[in-house]
Design a protein around this ligand. Sequence first.
Ligand SMILES: NC(=O)c1ccc[n+]([C@@H]2O[C@H](COP(=O)([O-])OP(=O)(O)OC[C@H]3O[C@@H](n4cnc5c(N)ncnc54)[C@H](OP(=O)(O)O)[C@@H]3O)[C@@H](O)[C@H]2O)c1
Length: 425
Amino acid sequence: MSANLHLNSLSSPSTSAARPWRVGLIGFGCVGQGLYDILQKRPETGFDISRIVVKNQTKERTLPANRFEFDAAALLADDTLDVLVEVIDDAEEAFRLVAAALRRGRRVVTANKAMLARHLPELVQLQREGQGTLLYEAAVCGSIPVIRTLDAYFGAEPLRRLTGILNGSSNYVLTRMGEDSSDYAPALAEAQAKGFAETDPSLDMGAFDPRSKAVLLAAHAYGAFLQPEQVLNLGIEGISAVDIAFAATLGQKIKVVAGLQRLPDGRVTALVTPQLVGPDSPLYSVDNEFNGVVIEADFAGEQFLRGRGAGGHPTGSAVLADLAALRQGFAYQYPKARAGAPAYASDLEVEIYLRTDEDRLIDLLDFSEISEEADEDEYVVGYVALENLIRHRDTLRKYGAFVVRTGQLRPISTAVAAVVEEESF
Ligand SMILES: NC(=O)c1ccc[n+]([C@@H]2O[C@H](COP(=O)([O-])OP(=O)(O)OC[C@H]3O[C@@H](n4cnc5c(N)ncnc54)[C@H](OP(=O)(O)O)[C@@H]3O)[C@@H](O)[C@H]2O)c1
C-alpha cells in the first residue's frame, strides 16, 4: 500500500475535508480575537466563525459592525451552529449561558476557569442529562495541554503528585523581583505595563486564579471535585525583597506553586501558595509569564509540560484544540471520578516560612514546631496546621504577612493546641 493510500484510508468524513464547522463565538476580547485571528490565518482547520456576540454596543471593533450581535440567547437557539465558544469575562453570565447550552445538548468550549471551578459538578451532571459536551483546555495554563493529558492519557494511571506554576502574572512579578532585585510594587507595575497583569491584580497576585485552576486539575488528576474555598490559597501581595533574598541564601527561588498530592492513605490534598523551589525541580526555570506543570505518575514517572499560560494566541490555540477534539467526538470521561472520588484531606501540617511584624499572627497560627526564628528579619520557620492557614488566610492577607511553603507536609501532630479564633485577634 502506498503512503498516500494509507493516509486516505485514515481520513474520515468528519475531518476538515468535510464541510467547515459553524462556530458561534460569545465574547470578542483577548481570547475571542485570538481564536478569530488563528482561524483567519489557518482556514484549512475547517472552523468558520459564523456568528459573534458581544456586550457593549458602542465599542470600537477590529471587524465591521455587521459582524457583531448582542443577544447570546439567539446563538444558543441556532441549531445550524455546530459548536459554541464561550469566552466572556463574566463568570455568572458564563455559567448561565454554558448551562443553558448543555441543557439543549449543545457542544461548548469555554476558557472561564472561575466559572468552571465554582460549578464543575453541576456542569458534569448537565452533560450527563442533556447529552451536551463541554471542553475547557484553555481554562488551565493556556496553551499547555494538561487537562486532556490528565483525563485521556493518564485516565487509568494513579498519580502521586501534580505541581504547577499556573499563573503567569504572579510568576512574571516574582521573576522580575528575583532578577532585578526590585521590590513588589515596581515589579507589579512593570507586569501591568507589559500586559502580563490586570489593572486589578488581586485575583492573580492573591492566588485566586491559580486556585480555580487547581480545582479543575484535581477533578481530572484525582476525580476530586473540590469547592475553591477548600483549597488554601496564599498570594504574593505581602512579599518583599527580603523574602527573595532569604530564598536565594538557600539556593532557591520563590514561585507560586499549586501542589496536588495523593497521601499514603489514598486521600488527596491541594494547596496553592508561594513555595521554595530548588534547581532540582523543573519548575525552577519556569520564569516570566510562563506556566509549567510536573506530573508524577505511579508508573510513567515524572513528566513536565511548559508553555504560555495566557494571551490571545496561546489561549486561542487551546480553544482550537478543543474544537478539533470535539469534531473527533472527544469528551472528558472524568475517569478517576468514575473509579470513586477520593476524600479531601486538610488534617495535615505544612512547613512554612512566615514573615510578619505582627507577633500576634504567629500566635494565631499556633505553630506546632518552630525550627528557626529571626527577630531582626521578623520571620519564623516551622510547622502549622493546614486548617489554621485556611481559617486565617484572610487575616494573613489583611496584615500583609508573607508565607512560603518549604514543600514539607506531614500528618497533623496529635498534640495540636486549641485553635485561636480569628475574632480574638
Ligand atoms: N486573556 C487570557 O489570556 C485568558 C487566558 C485563559 C483564560 N481566559 C479566560 O477567558 C475568558 C475571556 O477572557 P478575555 O481575556 O478574552 O476577556 P476580555 O478581553 O475582557 O473580553 C471579554 C469579552 O466578553 C464580552 N462579554 C462580556 N460579557 C458579555 C455578555 N454578557 N454577553 C456577550 N459578551 C460578553 C465582552 O464584550 P465587549 O467586547 O462588548 O466588552 C468582551 O468581548 C475569561 O473567562 C478568562 O478568565 C483568558
